[in-house]
Design a binder for this molecule. Structure first.
Ligand code: UDP
Length: 478
């Protein structure tokens, strides 16, 4: 009798990263008739937002088992000066002893053939070598960002000033050139801890046997090709392989229709702008006011979800939860004045269902990679409003590179003022340029859906990986 092939995953305490890796596992099992047993180890931090994620984990199929590690002490990391990526990196490092102990226990009772970890969990590769199993990075971002990571040590050697002060755009292999200010947050201050951790993490990517990436050939062929070319020999003398498997997006079986979907049912096709800043993005009070007044001024219908209390730190809601009545921070009278025009909610929205809805005409997004892929899969043009992490690089990709989005402009104080909000909404919902953007988005949508169809480019990658892992699985002995 053929044994199920066991693979182990390790993710990080960030919902969007967890979902992407688990969706990869779900798809693998869907394609290979549930012949994989998956165990996912999840480091946790106390007080992390859990309402949204809880439902997701409750709905996972039985062949995916999640092991939540006890929360690690995180209090000292909630300091203002650490960027989100550094907080996450240190939290993951602290949980490594527990991760290794759990992996050891799983592999002592089962034939685990491969370890697949988030790029923040690079310390696990050493451990995979000890267990003599294959180790992979699951990279839940674009090939452009992966190319930036792999090229970061070269940039460090060749550019002496801060990247944001570099007089020319920065050249990254396989990518269009980007302004220094559009490089990821961690690269913005070269004397920071975040910078050192980024460089180190990027170096460690090379230790894996392969990098599985949530992108697809038809969208980022040049960057993917460049990554294959710049992969030097890794520490073990072989070059690592890059496996594009995207677009992988969130799926949930039979979720109950949300009130916002019922509202959408009553709107005209392509008439509503959907607004979300991801699973934790926050705006300052001034910015909330300008966005709200700009929405009102645009006269377009809108669905604004996950409206969060103001905070000057854009990542404030990622690792902690604060709830507040929106009447306390939205402009006075805004909700009454826009009653027929918009639907505003503080809670979690079924984003994929919303983007699928025929009433949605465009998506104002913070440019998280999952949100971008979800928009592409559903052919919805975007307004790019990046906040932090690698979101400005993503914004550059979807505007200057793929030309499927318009990007917001800031005033000298770093605020997108209400007139700009109204103009860009009109631009994407009704302007001439939006016709071209919509056309390109439809084209990319077709490519995205082809990539994950039978014989599509990403499906071929899946079968390559699946066959390799299956060949390592031992039959059950009688
Ligand atoms: N999401 C959702 N409902 C919400 C907000 C977000 O389902 O109200 C999902 C969204 O569909 C995406 C993920 O959360 O899958 C956000 O990931 P992304 O990479 O876009 O941004 P991040 O949360 O990492 O900033």
């Amino acid at each position: 009798m053929e044994a199920k092939t066991h693979i182990a995953l390790v993710t990080i305490p960030v919902f969007s990263h967890q979902v992407s890796l688990l969706e990869f596992a779900k798809r693998l099992n869907h394609l290979y008739k549930n012949s994989f047993q998956v165990t996912c180890i999840i480091p946790t931090i106390s007080d992390s937002p859990s309402i949204s994620s809880k439902h997701y984990f409750d709905d996972l199929p039985s062949n995916i088992q999640c092991i939540f590690l006890p929360p690690i002490n995180f209090e000292d990391l909630r300091s203002e000066s650490l960027v989100l990526e550094s907080q996450v990196q240190i939290a993951v490092t602290r949980s490594m002893p527990l991760v290794c102990e759990t992996l050891r226990s799983i592999s002592s009772s089962s034939n685990v053939v491969a370890l697949i970890v988030d790029s923040f969990v690079h310390e696990a590769h050493e451990f995979a070598k000890e267990l003599n199993i294959l180790s992979y990075i699951y990279f839940p971002c674009s090939a452009m960002v992966l190319s930036m990571c792999l090229y970061s040590s070269k940039l460090d050697e060749t550019i002496t000033c801060e990247y944001k002060d570099h007089p020319q755009p920065i050249e990254i292999p396989g990518c269009m050139s980007v302004q220094g200010t559009d490089l990821p947050d961690s690269l913005q201050n070269r004397s920071s801890l975040a910078y050192k951790l980024f460089l180190h993490r990027s170096q460690q990517l090379r230790q894996a046997d392969g990098i599985i990436i949530n992108s697809f050939h038809e969208m980022e062929s040049k960057a993917l090709k460049a990554i294959s070319l710049i992969s030097p020999k890794n520490l073990y003398g072989t070059t690592f392989d890059v496996y594009p498997v995207g677009p992988i997006i969130q799926t949930r079986p039979n979720i109950k229709k949300h009130a916002c979907e019922c509202w959408l049912d009553n709107q005209q096709p392509k008439s509503v702008l959907y607004i979300s800043f991801g699973s934790g993005g926050t705006l300052s009070q001034d910015q909330i006011n300008e966005l709200a007044l700009g929405l009102e001024l645009s006269n377009h219908k809108f669905l604004w979800v996950n409206v969060r209390p103001p905070n000057n730190k854009a990542t404030a809601s990622y690792l902690s939860n604060e709830e507040m009545d929106p009447l306390h921070f939205l402009p006075l009278g805004f909700l009454q004045r826009t009653k027929g025009q918009g639907f505003v909610m503080c809670g979690w929205a079924p984003q994929v269902e919303v983007l699928k809805h025929k009433a949605i005409g465009a998506f104002l997004t913070h440019c998280g990679w999952n949100s971008i892929l979800e928009s592409i899969v559903h052919g919805v043009p975007m307004i790019a409003w990046p906040l932090f992490a690698e979101q400005r690089s993503n914004a550059a990709l979807v505007t200057n590179g793929l030309k499927i989005a318009m990007r917001t402009k800031y005033n000298s104080k770093g605020i997108v003022v209400k007139e700009e909000v109204a103009n860009i909404i009109k631009g994407i919902m009704e302007g001439l340029e939006s016709g071209e953007i919509r056309r390109r988005m439809k084209e990319l949508q077709k490519f995205a859906n082809c990539a994950i169809m039978e014989n599509g480019s990403s499906m071929k990658t899946f079968s390559l990986l699946a066959l390799k892992w299956k060949s390592l699985s031992r039959p059950i002995e009688d």
